[in-house]
Write a protein that binds this ligand. Structure first.
Ligand SMILES: *Cc1c(COP(=O)(O)O)cnc(C)c1O
Length: 387
């Protein structure tokens, strides 16, 4: 991908990234800030050097801020978002005890696949396409079983649905179930208040709303999850993904001490630290910016007659939009047309509507100009005079 322009925008430092051509309006990987890429290109110091330990400490402290979890133990570990899901599930969920999975698309289905692989009896509450779960139904299902945990997706990038975590966590708390949240497409674009919401484990990863290259996942365990971890009477078959092994490493780093379990990618952690500094510095405005850009895009597309996959505005995520293909073009034709005009969109991935939908990612370092270019491109493809 070649860089054609490098203009700072009204949004200032955070968004002042080179604008690539073609423009990737995708869920991930998103466009990293140049200072993040510079940090990535620096060779890592020895793992036990004070600089390496300080970088990890900084990344952990910033993760607590990002997720609103001052008392949690944060973990920053090598792997994909999926590895993060598997790591949290394998570390915390007791074999053979049932779990309840809420699915708002392919990522809830992935939670389910992971649970099945772990040998957990998993019940799935599959929400209607483009619909969030109902807390009352979750309460009814939890009341009828003895689930050890509720597994949820904060923002499902296949449907564009944002789930209200606070309400579900409250219901799960009433039933004594642990709450595990996949926030891979949420943290950095949505408000996250892990501690206030009573979420036991919240996880995310680098290449989506955080705007950092792929390769790390972030998992944050609240006090109850840490208790479960340290007092567990069983041992997962996973070795690298077992958070119990990593707990002393993260606890030591929080106190600026080194402990070894496996070699962490120092340059990637440095890049994450830089990326998180930008995210935390932008603060609440970052969520508002994502919201404003989403509204700007959606008003433009709805004026062209496109239909959002998510029925209710309040259930739509800030950083990803899923649309139904228009009557006269297939989703595949639309993607090809947009690519021809210099904007990369993504195919639908919702299990029940993949072929009829397409996705637009507006996560991370995205600004008005990106949104307007995307809307303008779709307008051209949809206008009858241009066909
Ligand atoms: C992208 C995504 C994942 C998986 O991330 P990978 O790094 O591709 O494994 C998990 N959950 C959600 C909600 C996502 O959007």
């Amino acid at each position: 991908m070649r860089d054609v322009s490098s203009t700072a925008t009204a949004s200032g430092d955070v968004v002042a990234s080179p604008r690539p051509d073609p423009l990737p309006m995708v869920v991930g990987p998103t466009r990293p800030h140049p200072s993040v890429l510079r940090r990535l290109a620096q060779a890592a110091d020895p793992i036990d050097a004070s600089t390496s330990v300080q970088d990890l400490q900084r990344a952990l402290l910033l993760t607590r801020q990002l997720l609103g979890a001052p008392a949690a133990v944060p973990f920053v570990l090598p792997g994909t978002g999926t590895a993060g899901m598997e790591s949290v599930a394998a570390s915390l969920l007791a074999p053979r005890a049932p779990v309840l999975v809420v699915s708002t698309g392919m990522w809830g289905d992935r939670w389910h696949d992971i649970c099945v692989r772990l040998g957990l009896p998993a019940q799935v509450y599959t929400c209607g396409p483009g619909r969030p779960p109902e807390a009352g139904e979750v309460g009814r299902l939890l009341g009828a079983g003895h689930h050890q945990a509720l597994l949820v997706t904060h923002v499902d990038s296949s449907s564009g649905v944002r789930t209200g975590i606070e309400g579900l966590a409250r219901v799960a708390g009433e039933h004594g179930a642990l709450v595990l949240v996949d926030g891979v497409s949420a943290a950095g674009a949505e408000f996250v208040h892990q501690e206030a919401w009573g979420v036991d484990a919240y996880l995310t990863s680098t290449p989506k709303a955080l705007g950092v290259p792929a390769g790390l996942y972030l998992a944050s365990l609240g006090p109850r999850a840490v208790d479960v971890l340290v007092s567990r009477t069983w041992t997962p078959r996973h070795f690298s993904l077992d958070l119990l092994h990593w707990l002393p490493v993260m606890r030591a780093a929080l106190e600026a001490r080194f402990a070894y379990h496996q070699t962490l990618p120092g340059n990637l952690i440095g890049a994450l630290t830089r990326g998180l500094e930008l995210v935390v510095r932008e603060g609440a405005e970052r969520v508002h910016r994502h919201r404003r850009l989403a509204v700007r895009l959606r008003s433009a597309l709805e004026a062209e007659g496109l239909r959002n996959f998510v029925a209710e505005d309040g259930d739509r995520a800030n950083g990803v939009s899923v649309y139904r293909a228009p009557p006269h073009l297939t989703a595949a034709e639309l993607l090809r047309g947009a690519a021809g005009l210099g904007v990369l969109l993504q195919a639908g991935t919702h299990p029940a509507a993949a072929g009829e939908t397409f996705r637009i990612g507006h996560l991370g370092n995205v600004d008005e100009q990106d949104i307007d270019q995307t809307a303008g491109t779709l307008r051209r493809l949809l206008s009858p005079t241009d066909r």
